[in-house]
Design a protein around this ligand. Structure first.
Ligand code: BG6
Length: 304
C-alpha cells in the first residue's frame, strides 16, 4: 500500500516547569511520535528579523570577520512590553518572566546570534549549532541576575495604575518576577569573556524586542575621545529594522566626527511588502515539513 499521509504534532509552551517535568512531557511525546513529527513552537523563530539573523550573518562578507570576541564588546538582547498581565496572571504566576520569555524566545535569539555557521540550512544542521551554543554556557551566577516585579503607578491611567499584585488572578503576596536581567557567557573560542545581557519584562515603558551588538573601541584613537562605539542593532519589533550606529564626519566645514546611522528600516525600504505573522509562517512550515524554525528536544534539555 502506498503512503497515505503524515502526522505532525505542534506543541507550544509551557513544556513543563523544570527539567524533570519537561523530560516527562518529552518522554511521553516521544512514546507517541518520532522527533521529525514533533514541532515545538517558539513563535519568535517565526518573526521576520529573527529569521533574518542567519542571512545577515552568513550571507554578508562584511560581518563575518567582526563577529567575535576580538571585535564585539557586548551583546544585549531586550524584550519589553508596555502592559502587565491583565487578567492572564493565573497562568503567568506559575511561570514568571524567566520561563515565559527568557528561556525560550530570548535564548533562541541568543543562539542565532552566537552559533557557528551551520553546514547547510537543513533543519538539523542549524539545530546542531544551536545546541552547541547552549552546551557552552556555564551556569548563570546569581550575582549576575536582577529580578523585579512591577508595581502600580498612582499617577498612571487605567491599567498603569495597577501593580502585578492588583491583578485579581495573581495569588496574594506572590513573588513571581515580571522583570529579569541576566548576564551570561559563552565559553567557546568565539565568545569567551563577552557578556550576553538578556533583559525582559512586562509593564515597562515601551514595546520593544531587539538585539544590540556593541563593538569595541577603535584602537589608537586620533579623535580625542570624540568617537562612540559602533553598534549593530537588529530591531525585531515594532517597526522592523537593521541599523548600524557609526561615526561619520560632521557634514560641512567642520572636521569633527559625529555619530550617525546606516539605516535599513523595513517600513521605508519595503513599503509594499506584507510581513506575515510569526504563526502564519510557522504553521505553513509544519504543512511543508520544515523543522528549521522549530525547537529540538536537545535544545530544551540545555535550556533548563
Ligand atoms: C508569549 C508570552 O510567548 O510571548 C507572553 O507568553 C508575551 O507573555 C508574548 O506577551 C510576546 O509575544 P509578541 O509576539 O507579542 O512579542
Amino acid at each position: 500500500m502506498g503512503k497515505i499521509g503524515w502526522n505532525r504534532v505542534i506543541v507550544e509552551k509551557p513544556f513543563g516547569k523544570d527539567l524533570e517535568s519537561s523530560n516527562k512531557l518529552s518522554n511521553h511525546l516521544s512514546s507517541l511520535f518520532s522527533e521529525d513529527q514533533i514541532y515545538r513552537i517558539d513563535h519568535y523563530l517565526g518573526k521576520e528579523m529573527v529569521q533574518n539573523l542567519m542571512v545577515l550573518r552568513f550571507a554578508n562578507r562584511i560581518f563575518a570577520p567582526l563577529w567575535n570576541r576580538d571585535n564585539i564588546a557586548s551583546v544585549v538582547l531586550t524584550f519589553k512590553e508596555p502592559f502587565g498581565t491583565e487578567g492572564r496572571g493565573g497562568y503567568f504566576d506559575e511561570f514568571g518572566i524567566i520561563r515565559d520569555v527568557m528561556q525560550n524566545h530570548m535564548m533562541q535569539m541568543l543562539c542565532l546570534v552566537a552559533m557557528e555557521k551551520p553546514a547547510s540550512t537543513d533543519s538539523d544542521d542549524v539545530r546542531d549549532e544551536k545546541v552547541k551554543v547552549l552546551k557552552s554556557i556555564p551556569e548563570i551566577q546569581m550575582e549576575n541576575v536582577v529580578l523585579g516585579q512591577y508595581t502600580g503607578d498612582p499617577n498612571g491611567h487605567g491599567e498603569a495604575k495597577k501593580g502585578y499584585l492588583d491583578d485579581p488572578t495573581v495569588p496574594r503576596g506572590s513573588v513571581t518576577p515580571t522583570y529579569a536581567a541576566a548576564v551570561l557567557y559563552i565559553q567557546n573560542e568565539r565568545w569567551d569573556g563577552v557578556p550576553f545581557v538578556m533583559r525582559c519584562g512586562k509593564a515597562l515603558n515601551e514595546r520593544k524586542a531587539e538585539v544590540r551588538l556593541q563593538f569595541r573601541d577603535v584602537p589608537g584613537d586620533i579623535f580625542q575621545s570624540q568617537c562612540k562605539r559602533n553598534e549593530l542593532v537588529i530591531r525585531v519589533q515594532p517597526n522592523e529594522a537593521i541599523y548600524t550606529k557609526m561615526m561619520t564626519k560632521k557634514p560641512g566645514m567642520s572636521f569633527s566626527p559625529e555619530e550617525s546611522e546606516l539605516d535599513l528600516t523595513y517600513g521605508h525600504r519595503y513599503k509594499d511588502v506584507k510581513l506575515p505573522d510569526a504563526y502564519e509562517r510557522l504553521i505553513l512550515d509544519v504543512f511543508c515539513g520544515s523543522q528549521m524554525h522549530f525547537v529540538r528536544r536537545l535544545e530544551f534539555i540545555f535550556c533548563h
